[in-house]
Design a protein around this ligand. Structure first.
Ligand code: GLA
Length: 351
């Protein structure tokens, strides 16, 4: 869980911004809710290496990145950075790490980096994707600093769980409802690979960036939690609306995301009119999370049998994770009402 500069700020990053974001992560309660990584995305470095080393942009980061990492660590947070497996990063702001993996990993480690997002753009002639990511994995291991390795290669390959800690399963998210639905459907295919230590990454969150309604953002957050996805926020933490904060700080939904079993929930039911149910086994014998996602433009009112949505027992405890209330249990059946583009998210159990 954390924050990344790309979705909101793109190239507009700076030392001041990162300081303020780290401060806001603490003052807003995000840190207490579990958000930890403060990640710089593309364009922190200059166009040319010097003596083989990437050069930090001195205008944006006048004190360098070691002091920035120290500042982030002083807040009890962790520091993430970005590079690319090719000759240039995706924005072509700076060289990628190809051929310089050992030097770059050592530099990152010396700055106190805890997380590397490693992108897929501009590959060098005659290199293969797996080989490039393996080289960086080995370089990170050789640096002897524990660094989370995020393979950002826009699609799953079966070598990825052996090489990284998380891997992007889709192209870039957009701050639009259809993009969220597309990602949910694509990410579903690889559900069985999610487990503690290795995660499908359906990309960073857009909540609070303005392109969707609050209902849609609640669905976005609910479904990322159902998918056990990394929760990397992509908004301006310094100025969050009340509803953005209510979503990102919903600890009951976060607990579903972070459940130690590490199961990625999957689709279990479809009413053929745009309402789908997803379920996810949680820690504890009869604990499950269920989400009813209404993909249609009409509100939906449906009655389902628990067994129809994959629950192998009759729940005696049903908690709505958005209203924060227990609901009356109804024997074999559950009646769901879900607003257009909304999600009803439940935690169910028997004690
Ligand atoms: C790619 C990645 C994005 C972002 C940009 C930065 O498109 O998928 O998440 O890092 O590069 O250039």
């Amino acid at each position: 869980m954390g924050w990344d500069s790309w979705n909101k700020f793109e190239r507009g990053i700076s030392e001041d911004l990162v300081h303020q974001i780290a401060d806001a992560m603490v003052s807003t309660g995000m840190k207490d809710a579990g958000y930890e990584y403060v990640n710089l995305d593309d364009c922190w470095a200059q166009l040319k290496r010097r003596d083989g080393h990437l050069q930090i942009n001195p205008v944006l980061f006048p004190h360098g990145l070691k002091p920035l990492g120290d500042y982030i660590h002083s807040k009890g947070l962790k520091f993430g950075i970005y590079s690319c497996r090719g000759n240039f990063t995706c924005q072509k702001c700076s060289p990628g790490s190809h051929g310089f993996e050992i030097i770059d990993a050592e530099d990152f480690a010396s700055w106190g980096v805890d997380y590397l997002k490693y992108d897929n753009c501009n590959p060098a002639f005659l290199t293969d994707q797996k080989g490039d990511y393996e080289q960086m994995k080995e370089a990170l291991l050789a640096s002897r600093r524990p660094i989370v390795f995020n393979i950002c290669a826009w699609g799953f390959k079966d070598w990825m769980p052996y090489t990284g800690n998380l891997w992007r399963t889709t192209g870039d998210i957009r701050d639009k409802w259809p993009a969220v639905l597309d990602i949910i459907d694509t990410n579903e295919q690889w559900a069985k690979y999610a487990q503690p230590g290795g995660w499908n990454d359906p990309d960073m969150l857009e909540i609070g960036n303005g392109g969707m309604t609050d209902n849609e953002y609640r669905s976005h957050f609910s479904m990322w939690a159902m998918m056990a996805a990394p929760l990397i926020t992509g908004n301006d933490l310094r100025e969050m609306s009340k509803s953005t904060m209510e979503i990102l700080l919903n600890k009951e939904v976060i607990a579903v995301d972070q459940d130690p079993l590490g199961v990625q929930g999957t689709e279990v039911w479809d009413n053929a009119a745009g309402l789908k149910a997803y379920s996810k086994k949680l820690t504890g014998s009869n604990n499950w999370a269920v989400a009813f996602l209404n993909r249609s433009n009409l509100s939906a009112s449906v009655t389902v049998k628990w067994t129809d949505i994959g629950i192998p027992f009759i729940p005696t405890k049903v908690r709505d994770l958005w209203t924060h209330e227990y609901q009356k249990t109804t024997g074999n059946f559950y009646k769901a009402f879900v607003e257009p583009h909304g999600t009803s998210m439940l935690k169910i159990g028997t004690n």
